[in-house]
Design a binder for this molecule. Sequence first.
Ligand code: MN3
Length: 244
Amino acid sequence: MDNARRNFLKGAGGAIVTAGFVGAPFISSQAQAQTSMGMAGEPTKHTLPDLDYAYNALEPYIDEQTMRLHHDKHHQGYVNGLNNAEEQLALARGSGDYDMVQHWTLKAAFHGAGHYLHSIFWKVMAPPNNGGGGMPSGLVAERINKDFGSFDNFKDQFSAASKSVEGSGWGILAYRPIDQRLVIMQAENHQKMTQWVIAPLMCIDVWEHAYYLKYQNRRGEYVDNWWNVVNWPQVEEHLKLAMG
Ligand code: MN3
């Protein structure tokens, strides 16, 4: 391998694994220096964010048992997977084993995107009738009307996108800074089908682990009910950050 390629790989740092989420400044992770012998660069120590509400606070739309498993087990698994992948990635870069650099880059993309989307997902929900549900106002309402014609159009399109994700994935509302507009996206798994410049503002998890205990195979009913817990003020905060 020539030096230029070697230096590019070594210098790429987290940029490879966080591409697609660079425009989402509201995702925070505690950075701690972890450099040790043989590591190229300092991996971030990612941590599981606390929920802003009780596990049962989204009842009856999302049940307590699902929330406990989803947050404490599934999301924690992505955090652990990301930390491990980035540590192994730094070691692989340090050792010059570029097959392993590729291997851990793919792992970091999967677990990283899982961690980042779940972090947004918890924030954009709030207890029904206590911050959750209703209609957006202010900037979010204005931009939705401009880019989708009406709130009802937007809601129908976002729901349809979320219900029709093939297999496990997400429905995502994002801000695209290139042309300053809102876009609705689907993600397969966590990391596939992105447009690289977008900043996710709001997302719904449509992996079966997000709804199966309560809704079994009825993903559509889960998506329809999810609108009762959307935290619109939080979505507006994300939009303002994304717009700079
Ligand atoms: Mn999930």
